[in-house]
Design a protein around this ligand. Structure first.
Ligand code: ADP
Ligand code: MG
Length: 139
Protein backbone atom coordinates (compact mmCIF):
# COMPACT_ATOMS: atom_id res chain seq x y z
CA UNK A 1 0.00 0.00 0.00
CA UNK A 2 1.28 3.48 -0.85
CA UNK A 3 1.60 5.96 2.01
CA UNK A 4 -0.23 9.24 2.06
CA UNK A 5 2.37 11.62 3.49
CA UNK A 6 5.64 13.12 2.34
CA UNK A 7 8.08 15.63 3.81
CA UNK A 8 9.15 18.70 1.91
CA UNK A 9 11.57 21.52 2.57
CA UNK A 10 11.60 24.81 0.72
CA UNK A 11 15.37 25.20 0.55
CA UNK A 12 17.45 28.31 1.43
CA UNK A 13 17.85 29.37 -2.22
CA UNK A 14 14.10 29.52 -2.82
CA UNK A 15 13.50 31.24 0.54
CA UNK A 16 16.11 33.89 -0.33
CA UNK A 17 14.56 34.40 -3.76
CA UNK A 18 11.12 35.01 -2.27
CA UNK A 19 9.49 31.94 -3.84
CA UNK A 20 7.91 30.64 -0.62
CA UNK A 21 4.40 31.82 -1.52
CA UNK A 22 4.53 30.66 -5.13
CA UNK A 23 5.84 27.23 -4.13
CA UNK A 24 3.21 26.75 -1.40
CA UNK A 25 0.53 27.77 -3.89
CA UNK A 26 1.89 25.24 -6.40
CA UNK A 27 1.81 22.52 -3.72
CA UNK A 28 -1.76 23.26 -2.59
CA UNK A 29 -2.94 23.65 -6.20
CA UNK A 30 -1.40 20.24 -6.83
CA UNK A 31 -3.87 18.73 -4.39
CA UNK A 32 -1.65 18.36 -1.32
CA UNK A 33 -2.89 19.25 2.18
CA UNK A 34 -0.41 20.85 4.56
CA UNK A 35 -0.55 18.83 7.81
CA UNK A 36 2.34 20.64 9.53
CA UNK A 37 4.67 23.50 8.61
CA UNK A 38 7.38 25.66 10.13
CA UNK A 39 10.18 28.00 9.17
CA UNK A 40 13.52 27.21 10.80
CA UNK A 41 17.25 27.59 10.24
CA UNK A 42 19.00 24.20 10.33
CA UNK A 43 22.28 24.08 12.19
CA UNK A 44 25.26 22.48 10.45
CA UNK A 45 24.81 19.45 12.71
CA UNK A 46 21.10 19.12 11.93
CA UNK A 47 21.75 19.35 8.17
CA UNK A 48 24.44 16.66 8.50
CA UNK A 49 21.96 14.42 10.30
CA UNK A 50 19.15 14.99 7.81
CA UNK A 51 21.35 14.09 4.82
CA UNK A 52 23.39 11.36 6.53
CA UNK A 53 22.45 8.82 3.81
CA UNK A 54 24.52 10.95 1.42
CA UNK A 55 27.59 11.17 3.65
CA UNK A 56 29.83 9.35 1.17
CA UNK A 57 28.68 11.33 -1.86
CA UNK A 58 31.06 13.99 -3.23
CA UNK A 59 28.44 16.72 -2.81
CA UNK A 60 27.68 16.00 0.88
CA UNK A 61 29.88 18.74 2.44
CA UNK A 62 28.59 21.43 0.08
CA UNK A 63 25.01 20.24 0.55
CA UNK A 64 25.29 20.54 4.35
CA UNK A 65 26.78 24.05 4.01
CA UNK A 66 24.01 25.08 1.65
CA UNK A 67 21.16 23.62 3.68
CA UNK A 68 22.39 25.39 6.83
CA UNK A 69 23.02 28.70 5.02
CA UNK A 70 19.63 30.25 5.75
CA UNK A 71 16.04 29.62 6.78
CA UNK A 72 13.98 26.84 5.24
CA UNK A 73 10.30 25.90 5.43
CA UNK A 74 9.69 22.28 6.42
CA UNK A 75 6.23 20.77 5.88
CA UNK A 76 4.36 17.48 6.07
CA UNK A 77 2.12 17.07 3.02
CA UNK A 78 -0.77 14.68 2.57
CA UNK A 79 -2.17 13.22 -0.63
CA UNK A 80 -2.86 9.76 -1.95
CA UNK A 81 0.46 8.16 -2.99
CA UNK A 82 2.15 11.30 -1.66
CA UNK A 83 5.82 10.41 -2.20
CA UNK A 84 5.53 9.64 -5.90
CA UNK A 85 2.93 12.34 -6.55
CA UNK A 86 5.15 14.98 -4.94
CA UNK A 87 8.27 13.87 -6.80
CA UNK A 88 6.30 14.30 -10.02
CA UNK A 89 5.23 17.78 -8.95
CA UNK A 90 8.82 18.87 -8.17
CA UNK A 91 10.60 17.23 -11.15
CA UNK A 92 14.13 15.86 -11.53
CA UNK A 93 16.93 16.70 -9.08
CA UNK A 94 18.65 18.85 -11.72
CA UNK A 95 16.39 21.82 -12.59
CA UNK A 96 17.88 21.85 -16.10
CA UNK A 97 16.40 18.38 -16.62
CA UNK A 98 13.19 18.89 -14.64
CA UNK A 99 10.03 18.68 -16.71
CA UNK A 100 8.47 22.00 -17.80
CA UNK A 101 6.12 23.42 -15.19
CA UNK A 102 7.54 21.44 -12.26
CA UNK A 103 8.62 23.30 -9.13
CA UNK A 104 12.32 22.68 -9.73
CA UNK A 105 11.96 23.68 -13.38
CA UNK A 106 10.29 26.94 -12.37
CA UNK A 107 12.25 27.88 -9.24
CA UNK A 108 15.45 25.78 -9.08
CA UNK A 109 18.79 27.44 -9.79
CA UNK A 110 21.20 24.48 -10.00
CA UNK A 111 21.49 20.79 -9.18
CA UNK A 112 22.36 21.79 -5.62
CA UNK A 113 20.13 24.85 -5.25
CA UNK A 114 17.04 23.10 -6.54
CA UNK A 115 14.36 24.91 -4.49
CA UNK A 116 12.70 21.98 -2.72
CA UNK A 117 13.20 18.61 -1.05
CA UNK A 118 10.83 15.66 -1.40
CA UNK A 119 11.05 12.33 0.43
CA UNK A 120 12.14 9.36 -1.69
CA UNK A 121 10.12 6.57 0.02
CA UNK A 122 7.24 6.07 2.44
CA UNK A 123 9.70 4.84 5.06
CA UNK A 124 11.86 7.95 4.73
CA UNK A 125 8.80 10.21 4.68
CA UNK A 126 7.91 8.99 8.18
CA UNK A 127 11.49 9.35 9.43
CA UNK A 128 11.83 12.84 7.93
CA UNK A 129 8.44 14.02 9.23
CA UNK A 130 9.46 12.89 12.74
CA UNK A 131 12.80 14.71 12.32
CA UNK A 132 10.96 18.06 12.21
CA UNK A 133 7.60 17.58 13.95
CA UNK A 134 6.28 15.85 17.06
CA UNK A 135 2.76 14.43 17.19
CA UNK A 136 1.27 17.64 18.63
CA UNK A 137 2.67 19.73 15.75
CA UNK A 138 0.79 17.74 13.09
CA UNK A 139 -2.88 17.63 12.24
P1 ADP B 1 16.65 14.50 -4.57
O1 ADP B 1 16.59 15.75 -3.71
O2 ADP B 1 16.07 14.73 -5.94
O3 ADP B 1 16.05 13.30 -3.88
P2 ADP B 1 19.25 13.38 -3.94
O4 ADP B 1 18.58 12.73 -2.78
O5 ADP B 1 20.04 12.52 -4.88
O6 ADP B 1 18.19 14.20 -4.83
O7 ADP B 1 20.23 14.51 -3.43
C1 ADP B 1 19.88 15.31 -2.31
C2 ADP B 1 20.22 16.75 -2.63
O8 ADP B 1 21.63 16.86 -2.82
C3 ADP B 1 19.63 17.29 -3.95
O9 ADP B 1 18.30 17.72 -3.82
C4 ADP B 1 20.57 18.43 -4.24
O10 ADP B 1 20.29 19.58 -3.43
C5 ADP B 1 21.91 17.85 -3.81
N1 ADP B 1 22.61 17.18 -4.92
C6 ADP B 1 22.28 15.99 -5.51
N2 ADP B 1 23.12 15.68 -6.49
C7 ADP B 1 24.04 16.68 -6.54
C8 ADP B 1 25.18 16.95 -7.35
N3 ADP B 1 25.57 16.11 -8.32
N4 ADP B 1 25.87 18.09 -7.11
C9 ADP B 1 25.51 18.94 -6.13
N5 ADP B 1 24.43 18.76 -5.33
C10 ADP B 1 23.71 17.65 -5.53
MG1 MG C 1 16.65 12.35 -2.16
Amino acid sequence: MQGNITLTMIKPDAMRSGYIGKILDHIVSGGFSIRAAKVLHLTHYQAEKFYLVHKDRPFYRDLVEFMSSGPILAAVLEKENAVDAFRQLIGSTDPAKAETGTIRNLYGASIQENAVHGSDSDENALIEAAFFFNQFERV
